[in-house]
Design a protein around this ligand. Sequence first.
Ligand SMILES: O=P(O)(O)OC[C@H]1O[C@H](OP(=O)(O)OP(=O)(O)O)[C@H](O)[C@@H]1O
Ligand code: HPA
Length: 179
Amino acid sequence: MKVTINQKTFERIIDYNQIKKRIRLIGIQLNVTYEHQHPVFIGVLNGCFMFMADLMKQIHMACEVSFIKLSSYDDSSRRDKVDELIGLDTNLEGREVIIVEDIVDTGNSLKHTLDLVNKQKPASVAVCTLLMKPNSVQYTFDNIAYVGFEIADDFVIGYGLDYQGMGRTLPDIYKEITS
Ligand SMILES: O=P(O)(O)OC[C@H]1O[C@H](OP(=O)(O)OP(=O)(O)O)[C@H](O)[C@@H]1O
Ligand code: HPA
């Protein structure tokens, strides 16, 4: 199946049933790991909104949920600078923190988020990302504990991810077709 947004065409690579199955498994892992704790999930907006909503429905331990909003991309091109549009409003000192991302691509956003979170001296920090591009990431992260899917270095949309602000509401994930 294909979709076109502003002259770019994308083909489906992961359907929503696969995403749901993967999220159920990640949920089980998180429920076991944090069974006797009270973690704080920090979602990185905008892209995480679909993943966060589906993931949280699988979480059964007592927990809190908060968000930050970052922006690092113009259209589909990368910028090195990460803008913080909404900051952290939760005290994370001594807390178990789980950062929820839709995608780790270059890792710039995650690096920025980790720096923000670590300043508050949490007890532990784990990262949960739906998508990860191992060939694109520019940092060594030792706390990416939960990854939905590793994907190639293609631009992707759907399930929260956008191209020029569009495509976030697609339930499946699509990659750009390049000729
Ligand atoms: O690993 P990176 O190269 O930093 O890319 C990953 C980040 O890029 C996207 O956010 P973006 O800044 O485009 O904002 P958005 O979530 O509002 O789309 C995505 O949601 C991740 O947060
Ligand atoms: O492949 C991508 N698609 C959409 N947004 C993104 N932000 C980082 N990488 C991507």
